[in-house]
Design a protein around this ligand. Structure first.
Ligand code: GLP
Length: 236
């Protein structure tokens, strides 16, 4: 794993946006794995700017998002689908049919999860996967535990994640307790991964990853076995 330290959120966002832009420019029909949370918002803003400046074309790009809250429809303003529309999809020329986000309201969740993984493979796999990092070390919504799951699946959220994400909701009681997430295997099949996090707020998890150990109680540490990962750390 390559660790790159940035002096500011701005610099990290520039780096992530440029990596995404380079993938889009160099591989026609590329497949991007995208993340929500506050960390990638700056990079999405920069991508929108590149698009507005006529420097980036999303018309051939396919995206797969990592996760979605279970029980939230795409119209719900707390859903990750809504978040992605707001920060990126509605502002660039990506085709609606090329946008993929796990459904939080599928009638048959298991079937929907299996279809999601199949679709990633049919599209040729993810070229570049962007990840944020949970305070507790989760990636996507792969929460710490004795076991981790390989495929896209429905999962319970830990209290730590519910607490951390409560800041986006009017009331803590409104934070969903379950989510659909790409599994570790689905994420690890990506050809390249960039994980971004702020050192101050994610110190413990970042240090565990940096120690090189692999421990399911900090899922991000498993990234140590992937051959092509950049960890973009903001050191403000
Ligand atoms: C949520 C998402 C994760 C994301 C995490 C970090 O829990 N499911 O994919 O990495 O938030 O969020 P933030 O970037 O806001 O710290």
């Amino acid at each position: 794993m390559e660790f790159i330290r940035f002096k500011s959120y701005e610099e990290m966002s520039d780096f992530v946006a440029n990596e995404i832009a380079q993938t889009v420019r160099t591989k026609k029909g590329c497949v991007l794995g995208l993340a929500t949370g506050s960390t990638p918002v700056g990079a999405y803003e920069k991508l929108v700017q590149m698009y507005n400046d006529g420097k980036l074309d999303f018309s051939e790009v396919t995206t797969f998002n990592l996760d979605e809250y279970y029980g939230l429809s795409p119209e719900n303003d707390q859903s990750y689908r809504y978040f992605m529309n707001k920060h990126l999809f509605s502002k660039v020329n990506i085709k609606e049919e090329n946008i993929n986000i796990p459904s939080g309201v599928a009638a048959d969740v298991q079937d929907d999860c299996a279809t999601y993984d199949e679709k990633i493979q049919k599209c040729g796999g993810i070229d570049l996967q962007i990840l944020g990092l949970g305070k507790n070390g989760h990636i996507g919504f792969n929460e710490p535990g004795d076991q981790l799951y390989s495929s896209t699946h429905l999962t319970d959220l830990t209290q730590s994640t519910i607490d951390a994400n409560a800041r986006f909701f009017e009331d803590k009681s409104l934070v969903p307790t379950k989510a659909v997430t790409m599994g570790m295997g689905s994420i690890f099949k990506a050809k390249k991964i960039i994980i971004a996090a702020d050192f101050k707020s994610k110190k413990e998890a970042i240090m565990k990853v940096e120690s090189g150990m692999i421990d399911t109680s900090c899922p991000a540490t498993l990234l140590n076995v992937h051959p092509n990962v950049i960890f973009a750390i903001v050191e403000e």
